[in-house]
Design a protein around this ligand. Structure first.
Ligand SMILES: N[C@@H](CCC(=O)N[C@@H](CS)C(=O)NCC(=O)O)C(=O)O
Length: 207
């Protein structure tokens, strides 16, 4: 198997962190987003949407979409379990994971891609007003997560799961490029959770 990936980008980072938690080692092929390698003919043959990560299986098939790649890796390497044991836990973890993916990571990405000069080549045209509005939504949704974490130690409940990985990669993207620090917005629970996750060995994977 081979993973097409890009250092520091939040979705590739999710897979890197997921693999680090499970101790998975794999051949990596780095694709340079800055140089536009993801839009080369060679990479578009791997993923026609030009997005990373992508996992090439031993039989040549290509699996894209971060969550789908994690599902595959969880099947191959069941321990430690990160996506739920049994249908009920799996469903609740998926709900939490999709919520933080859609309402935090994707909103941070919209804001950054539409407002940061460094993303002008990736997001063309940029809509600055949209970027600013997404920054406001990101803060609102971070407040929601702060409330969730007031009542439980991890994003999906009582234990560390894929939902923490997704939320953490989204928060770190916002920390780096939106200078977002939960404590500066009165979100003490979110800050404490972020600092706890940042202390895990896996937190530096994919950076
Ligand atoms: N839905 C995809 C999103 C992947 C994605 O957007 N990846 C970004 C890096 S974090 C990318 O490849 N961006 C390249 C571009 O915007 O052209 C997934 O879950 O893997």
């Amino acid at each position: 198997m081979k993973l097409y990936t890009a250092p520091r980008a939040p979705n590739p980072r999710r897979v890197a962190m997921f693999m680090a938690e499970k101790g998975i080692d794999m051949d990596l092929q780095l694709v340079d987003l800055g140089k536009g390698e993801h839009r080369s003919e060679a990479y578009l043959a791997v993923n026609p949407f030009g997005r990373l990560p992508a996992l090439e299986l031993d039989d040549g098939r290509i699996l894209c979409e971060t969550r789908a790649i994690c599902t595959y890796l969880e099947g191959l390497h069941p321990g430690p379990n990160l996506m739920g044991e049994g249908y009920e836990e799996r469903a609740f973890i998926e709900m939490a994971d999709r919520r933080v993916e859609l309402h935090l990571l994707a909103i941070a990405a919209n804001s950054i891609r539409h407002s940061h000069p460094g993303f002008a080549a990736l997001e063309n045209p940029q809509f600055q007003d949209f970027g600013a509005s997404q920054a406001g939504k990101f803060r609102d949704n971070a407040l929601w997560l702060d409330g969730v974490l007031a009542g439980q130690p991890y994003v999906a409940g009582g234990r560390f799961t894929i939902a923490d990985i997704t939320a953490f990669c989204g928060m770190e993207f916002a920390r780096g490029l939106m200078k977002f620090r939960p404590a500066e917005h009165g979100m003490a629970h979110l800050q404490a959770w972020r600092d706890r996750i940042a202390a895990r060995t896996s937190a530096t994977a994919g950076t």
